[in-house]
Each structure stands twice: as structure tokens, then as C-alpha cells.
Design a protein around this ligand. Structure first.
Ligand SMILES: [Zn+2]
Length: 215
């Protein structure tokens, strides 16, 4: 599909020009070194596509610091048979095996549309919807929340499901031998974090207390 350049999104082009003319010259040595020497990020972030939760902005990081994977609802699939195209898994493999990141952070967030979709579609998920099918990855989170939070408000259920989905993704990370081996050797650490936009807080999953606690 081609289009007349008058239809190009002007806001993005103007943003690039500001980057090229303002930000890049003030940081040019850093950028040029990054491209000459290659990237060596310590942190791999699995975040949501949501436009409000950009990891580089939230963690105030510079280019080269974060290796970021974003998908609907920041999910990690388990190690499974080689059918289909595994974008998230391929990026995980690259970050862990090629770049040697030292930390993986699964970054969940409040008001997640993917989790809301999961709770709303429930058992009536449409197999023809890519979103519904993708969100089945954390159906165990939905089932446990509906069991444990039957009397809670819709908002409490949503928060609980967002946090339990992070725990499912942490378990799934360990199904990859190249992750499990590095975690056992102490060269890779896994973290489940939750951005609570309402409270302006970042919570971390504590495996001892089994709770999400302010960091
Ligand atoms: Zn989300």
C-alpha cells in the first residue's frame, strides 16, 4: 500500500526532526558509541503495548539501557511446540542468549485493556480473535481470581488478575532451559513488577510474602 506523502503523520515527522536537531547532537557521542560498539543492555523488560506505559519513560532510561519486548498485556508464553510464529519468545532468546541481560522484569500495569478483555470474555472467548486467543495464556489467572475474589468489585478483580497474570508469566519464563539454567547459576534474575498508575507507585512481587509490595 502506498500513500501520498501529504498523508504522512506530521506529528511523528516533526518529533523525529526535534530528536535529530536537539536530542541527538547533545548525546551524539553516546549514540555513536552505541552503534559502533553494539548494545549491551542489562535489563530486559516485558511490557504492555499500552501507549501510557512506555518502559523507557517510566524508568527514565537512555538508549542502550533497556531491551524491551511489548505485547498485549505483557505476557510470556510457555516453552511450547514449534508451531506458529513466536515473536515474544524469539526476542527473549535474543536478549538472554545473545545480549546476556542480567535481569528480566515482567512489567504489568493498572487499567490493562488486555486483562479487562480476558475478564469480560471469560469462558466465551472467541477462537477467531487473536486477542482472545492470546489472553488464554493467562486464563489460569482469571479462573483463580474469579474463585478467590467472587465477592470483590470489578476493579479489585481486575487488579488481582493483572497481578496474577504477572506471576503466570514468571512461571512461564522458567520453562525455557536457557532461562532456568541462568537463574539457577545466579547470572539472571527474574522480577514481577506492577505499575499502579492510580497511586503513582511501582510494586514488586515478593516471593516470600507472595504479595506485591511498594519498591
Ligand atoms: Zn496493558
Amino acid at each position: 500500500m502506498t500513500e501520498n506523502h501529504h498523508n504522512w503523520p506530521q506529528a511523528l515527522i516533526e518529533g523525529f526532526l526535534r530528536f535529530r536537531d536537539n536530542r541527538f547532537p547533545s548525546d551524539d557521542i553516546k549514540y555513536l558509541r552505541l552503534f559502533a560498539e553494539g548494545q549491551k543492555p542489562k535489563f530486559l523488560i516485558v511490557g504492555c503495548c499500552d501507549s501510557r506505559v512506555d518502559p523507557a519513560l517510566i524508568f527514565d532510561c537512555e538508549p542502550g539501557e533497556l531491551f524491551v519486548i511489548r505485547n498485549v498485556a505483557n505476557l510470556v508464553p510457555p516453552n511450547e511446540e514449534r508451531v506458529g510464529h513466536h515473536g515474544t519468545t524469539a526476542a527473549l532468546e535474543y536478549g538472554v542468549c545473545n545480549l546476556g541481560v542480567e535481569h528480566i522484569v515482567v512489567l504489568g500495569h493498572a487499567h490493562c485493556g488486555g486483562i479487562q478483555n480476558l475478564l469480560q470474555t471469560g469462558v466465551t472467548a472467541n477462537p477467531d480473535s487473536f486477542i482472545d486467543d492470546w489472553m488464554r495464556l493467562v486464563d489460569s489467572a482469571r479462573i483463580s481470581v474469579e474463585r478467590d475474589y467472587a465477592a470483590a468489585s470489578a476493579e479489585q478483580r481486575q487488579t488481582a488478575c493483572e497481578q496474577r497474570a504477572i506471576m503466570v508469566s514468571l512461571e512461564n519464563l522458567l520453562t525455557f532451559p536457557w532461562i532456568a539454567q541462568r537463574v539457577a547459576a545466579g547470572t539472571l534474575r527474574l522480577h514481577g513488577w506492577y505499575l499502579d498508575i492510580n497511586q503513582g507507585q511501582l510494586l514488586g512481587y515478593n516471593a516470600q510474602t507472595l504479595q506485591f509490595e511498594p519498591l
